[in-house]
Design a protein around this ligand. Structure first.
Ligand code: AQP
Length: 334
């Protein structure tokens, strides 16, 4: 009997080196990346081209790219199992981005929530890059023919736009791109800021943010100060108790317990004990990651070798897709 050849599904995702990796990016994205790497062909990127849509300090950007790579590996991403690389090292990302920009509507980009928020935050520097960010993101995903994109809830809209662009392109030229699905975790899809639980925890807004490399005493202090409410009941109710609900989500995601079990665990004892327990859970979760990141960062040659190899492997796949696109468009081969 003939055996069916089952194609392994492909996964792509990336994070901007626009700040330190946070509890939010860990819960919303990296944790899921880890879980997927054994079963799928995974490509994970440090999206430095996206980071420059807002001003970055060059020395800091260089340092953050290397630190982020070390953190990816320390979080459990295995360079033997997945491709880890830096976006600007694979020029096909920007080449495809120009092409896809010609298949994207101005109106579609104007509706993107992230553009609206970031153009308010950076009102003195609303660049074309900030506006066309989702086109570059679509290129990142489509170059690798990804079936799924593990991201936090805030990126769902961008992945949906990527699908629309791919569908439009395929509608004209035939089956060129795989249509990707967003993969959003059940718990931890949107971790909120500890100081303002109405806002998402974001690495470019350090206030209310817990970072992967924070020292235990800093994590403890940040949770101690976390904004809750004037009640004393630990109950999951994101509408009327956003701070407490966010802490319950973090606790559940960090320990693997359900939110209901977490509520029961803290039914007595008040907010003080609750906040300390959430802080301790995060400290224990991040301790091995911080220690391993520090160890890896002391071996710069290893990290450089890793990102070079990653770029070579990514380039082979990206080149194949871009050649196909050029051919479909009617560009003469070089
Ligand atoms: N608070 C969060 N909760 C859950 N998931 C989150 N992610 C980010 N913050 C949270 C997810 O992690 C990945 C980060 O990718 P990114 O840096 O490219 O995008 P971002 O969403 O713009 O991240 P930040 O931290 O908010 O960065 P800045 O401040 O530079 O814009 C994505 O999968 C995201 O969903």
């Amino acid at each position: 009997m003939e055996e069916a050849i089952v194609r392994k599904k492909k996964i792509f995702s990336g994070i901007q080196p626009s700040g330190e990796l946070t509890l939010g990016s860990y819960m919303g994205a990296i944790r899921n990346w880890n879980a997927l790497q054994s079963e799928y062909d995974c490509v994970y990127c440090i999206v430095d081209l996206h980071a420059i849509t807002v001003r970055q300090d060059p020395a800091q950007l260089r340092r953050r790219c290397l630190t982020q790579l070390a953190q990816y590996v320390a979080c459990g991403l295995d360079p033997e199992k997945c491709i880890l690389f830096i976006q600007s090292h694979v020029p096909e990302h920007t080449e495809l981005s120009w092409i896809l920009g010609c298949y994207t509507q101005f109106g579609e980009l104007s509706r993107m929530t992230q553009f609206k928020q970031k153009s308010q935050q950076h009102a003195d520097n609303i660049t074309a890059g900030l506006f066309t960010y989702p086109v570059l993101m679509a290129s990142d995903i489509l170059l690798y023919q990804a079936d799924a994109v593990p991201v936090g809830a805030d990126q769902k809209q961008h992945v949906e736009l990527c699908r629309d662009i791919a569908q439009r392109f395929n509608g004209v030229y035939g089956d060129v791109f795989t249509l990707p699905e967003p993969l959003i975790p059940q718990v931890g899809a949107r971790i909120m800021s500890l100081s303002n639980p109405a806002n998402k925890m974001s690495k470019s807004e350090p206030d209310g943010c817990v970072n992967l490399l924070d020292k235990p005493e800093d994590i403890r202090r940040k949770f101690k100060r976390a904004v809750t409410d004037s009640e004393t009941v630990v109950r999951f109710d994101p509408e009327s108790k956003p701070g407490v609900s966010n802490l319950l989500t973090i606790y559940a995601a960090a320990t693997g317990k359900t939110i209901t079990d977490a509520e029961t665990e803290f039914v007595a004892g008040g907010y003080g004990n609750f906040k300390a327990a959430v802080g301790d859970a995060v400290i224990e979760l991040f301790r091995p990651i911080r220690e391993e990141s520090e160890r890896l960062l002391s071996d710069k040659a290893y990290l450089e070798g890793l990102y070079r190899l990653g770029a070579e492997r990514a380039h082979v796949i990206a080149q194949k897709t871009l050649r196909k696109v050029h051919k479909k468009l009617g560009f003469l081969p070089r």
